[in-house]
Design a protein around this ligand. Sequence first.
Ligand SMILES: Cc1cc2nc3c(=O)[nH]c(=O)nc-3n(C[C@H](O)[C@H](O)[C@H](O)COP(=O)(O)OP(=O)(O)OC[C@H]3O[C@@H](n4cnc5c(N)ncnc54)[C@H](O)[C@@H]3O)c2cc1C
Length: 375
Amino acid sequence: MRSVFRDDHEQFRVQVERFIANEIEPYYAQWERDGITPRALWRKAGEAGLLNCAIEAPHGQGGDFGHATVVIEALARANCLGIGFSIHSDMVAPYLAIFGTPAQQAKWLPRMTSGELIGAIAMTEPGAGSDLKAVRTRARREGDGWVLSGQKTFITNGVNAGLVIVLASTNPDLGARGLSLFVVEEGVPGFKKGPPLAKIGQHSQDTCELFFDDVCLSADALLGEEGAAFDYVTRELAQERLAIALRAAASLEGQLADAVSYLKERKVFGRRVVDYQNSRFKLADALSKSTMLRVFLDDCLARHMAGELEPVTAAIAKLNATDLLGQVLDDLLQLYGGYGYMSEYGIGRAWADARALRIFGGTSEILREIIGKQL
Ligand SMILES: Cc1cc2nc3c(=O)[nH]c(=O)nc-3n(C[C@H](O)[C@H](O)[C@H](O)COP(=O)(O)OP(=O)(O)OC[C@H]3O[C@@H](n4cnc5c(N)ncnc54)[C@H](O)[C@@H]3O)c2cc1C
């Protein structure tokens, strides 16, 4: 048992793994073909207590980030990286819980906890990804409210989302200091969604474009202070990056265990593939590095649960975990031979799904910049 978790986390893990085995794994291949996960899954996950684990009661499940981690890790170990629970629970809901007014929290969080309302966060635009200061989506004041216009892309949970937190400029003259966050609900006139984007992996994830054409918003759509979005985003990045690092480490461990089983079965030239020195060395490297990563990430997790995780440490965690995942999955796929390239085998899906982890939540290059600047 890892020392960062308590008994209640371990008990929760049993529940979560059972939920994934019964409600996700049997249907996941179909959702991959559909290009989307059904909304009904979110309701079931809400009923089972898998959403908003770390959001305080009464609006959330009242657990801590250890419970959130249990969900993140179990989904990644089960090779279900396309399920967008973590963005919903560990990124969108915290923005509402931390920066929202009591009225905003009461309006949206309980429905997100039950899975009735699915959350997304829309920052990236066709012309602004790493450099968020360049966003062109505008919100201008009109009467008591706002009028929002612009376009977002690559938005996780976008098609299913009933609530989207949108980053927009409220004062282009101020650059980063002129950015604000708005909560936009599905169905308001002028808000349209594109179909799921065709991606090289995470096919069951309904990542899409969002369009805002003079969308009229009431005053309470503004989340937090006008002009404070850049500070909010910066503050929330440590948790977001840790969550991605935890996904990567759990995916690595799950795929390594599966690969060992497969390579013990598969025979080539009369010998098990695992008995070739090259295979054992690759597996030994993967196990050694993932063990080091696990110790570091558990330390990051403990610090985060104590409110002490530094943003640079979170950047180091994401950079290392996602880079290592990429290298190891590539080696493991090679050891599967042609079967590794077939969709039927989990390793191929894991390999393609994992690629996005080095891109979203801050690319590896941006993370190196952040880490390098601190030297
Ligand atoms: C599957 C998926 C899901 C996503 N989900 C969401 C979501 O839910 N919400 C959301 O808002 N966004 C989401 N994104 C977008 C993601 O956050 C961006 O793709 C990412 O921030 C990079 O931005 P970009 O694609 O515009 O690349 P660019 O910013 O154009 O970068 C291009 C290249 O330049 C490099 N680069 C950029 N700046 C520097 C620098 N200073 N020094 C060195 N190199 C640099 C980058 O590392 C990259 O290699 C998602 C993306 C993917 C792939």
